[in-house]
Ligand binder design. Structure first.
Ligand SMILES: C[S@@+](CC[C@H](N)C(=O)[O-])C[C@H]1O[C@@H](n2cnc3c(N)ncnc32)[C@H](O)[C@@H]1O
Length: 271
C-alpha cells in the first residue's frame, strides 16, 4: 500500500463510505491507531470500567476489525455473548478472518438490531465523530442496555489538536475545513452530556493525549492536510507548500509537535 492510499483512508470511516471503502486499507489504519499509547490507555480504562463478567452479554458498536469484541468474548466466556456491530462489510470479514466464529453484525449505531435491555455491557469507541445523529445513537445504546448495565464511550475532540510549527491563520482555515468534513469533530466534549441526556448515570471519565511521532510530519494525516485543504480552496497552494515545508523541516531537527486529546466516559443504566 502506498503512503497516498494510506493518507486517503484517514477520512474513510464515514457511513456513506462503508460500501465502497476497502476493508484492508481501513484495517491497516485501525491497526496503526490501535498501537498508539493513548488509544491503548483508553481501551484498557474502558475495559476496567465495564468489567464484563463470565456469562454476560457485551456489545461493541462500530467495531472495526473486531479486536474489542474478541476481548469481550474472552471475558464473558463460552456461556456469555459478545457481539460487534459494524456497517463496513470489508471490516466485518477481516474481523471474522482474524477471530473465526466472532459475532459481527451488519448495522448502524442509530438503529441497533437488538431487543430492548439485551446487553449487560456496551462500548463505542471513536465512532460518534462519524455519526450524524449522536443523541439518537446513544439513545439506542441506552435502549439495548439492561437496567444496572455498564456503558463506555470513547472519542476524540479535534478542536484540541495542536500543530507546531504552523501559521495560526493558515492552520485555522485548514482546521475549519476539516471540521466541515466531519459529522461531529468535537465529539469528545459531548460524551458526558450524551450519556446524561440518555438517562444514564455517569460513573467516571478520563482523557489521554495522542502525541504524533516525528514521522507524522511526512506521512499519514498531517502529510495530506495542507494539500487537501488547498485542493478544496480553504488555503492557497503556496500556503500549503509553506505549511508542509515548515513541519517537515521541524521534524528533521526533532522539533515537530502534533497532539490531540481523546476522552472516555463510563456510565451505568439506573436499575
Ligand atoms: C475509527 S473506527 C473505530 C473502530 C473501533 N471502534 C476501534 O476502536 O478500533 C470507526 C468505525 O465506526 C464505523 N462506523 C461509521 N459510521 C458508523 C455508524 N453510523 N454506526 C456504526 N458504526 C459506524 C466505521 O465503519 C469504523 O469501523
Amino acid at each position: 500500500m502506498s503512503e497516498q492510499e494510506l493518507d486517503e483512508s484517514r477520512v474513510g470511516f464515514k457511513l456513506r463510505d462503508a460500501d465502497r471503502e476497502d476493508g484492508t486499507r481501513l484495517a491497516m489504519v485501525l491497526d496503526l491507531m490501535a498501537a498508539m499509547p493513548s488509544v491503548q490507555t483508553l481501551k484498557a480504562w474502558a475495559l476496567d470500567a465495564l468489567a464484563p463478567a463470565v456469562g454476560e452479554a457485551a456489545l461493541d458498536v462500530g467495531s472495526g476489525t473486531g479486536e474489542d469484541v474478541a476481548e469481550f468474548l474472552k471475558r464473558v466466556g463460552p456461556g456469555g455473548r459478545a457481539v460487534g456491530v459494524e456497517p463496513n462489510g470489508g471490516l466485518r470479514t477481516i474481523a471474522q478472518e482474524r477471530h473465526p466464529g466472532l459475532s459481527m453484525v451488519d448495522g448502524i449505531a442509530s438503529a441497533l438490531p437488538f431487543d430492548d435491555e439485551s446487553f449487560d455491557v456496551v462500548r463505542c469507541e471513536r465512532v460518534l465523530q462519524h455519526v450524524d445523529d449522536a443523541p439518537l445513537a446513544v439513545g439506542e445504546m441506552a435502549r439495548v442496555l439492561r437496567p444496572g448495565g455498564r456503558i463506555c464511550l470513547i472519542d476524540t475532540d479535534w478542536a484540541t489538536a495542536i500543530v507546531h510549527p504552523a501559521d495560526p491563520d493558515v492552520l485555522g482555515r485548514m482546521v475549519d475545513f476539516f471540521h466541515t468534513e466531519s459529522a461531529n469533530p468535537c465529539s469528545g466534549r459531548t460524551l458526558r452530556g450524551l450519556l446524561a441526556d440518555a438517562g444514564l448515570a455517569v460513573a467516571g471519565e478520563t482523557a489521554a493525549t495522542w502525541i504524533e511521532p516525528q514521522s507524522g510530519a511526512k506521512q499519514g494525516f498531517l502529510a495530506m492536510m495542507g494539500k487537501t485543504s488547498a485542493a478544496a480552496g480553504a488555503i492557497t497552494a503556496d500556503e500549503a507548500e509553506a505549511f508542509h515545508r515548515g513541519i517537515e523541516e521541524a521534524a528533521d531537527r526533532g522539533a515537530f509537535h502534533m497532539s490531540l486529546t481523546m476522552y472516555a466516559v463510563a456510565a451505568t443504566k439506573p436499575a
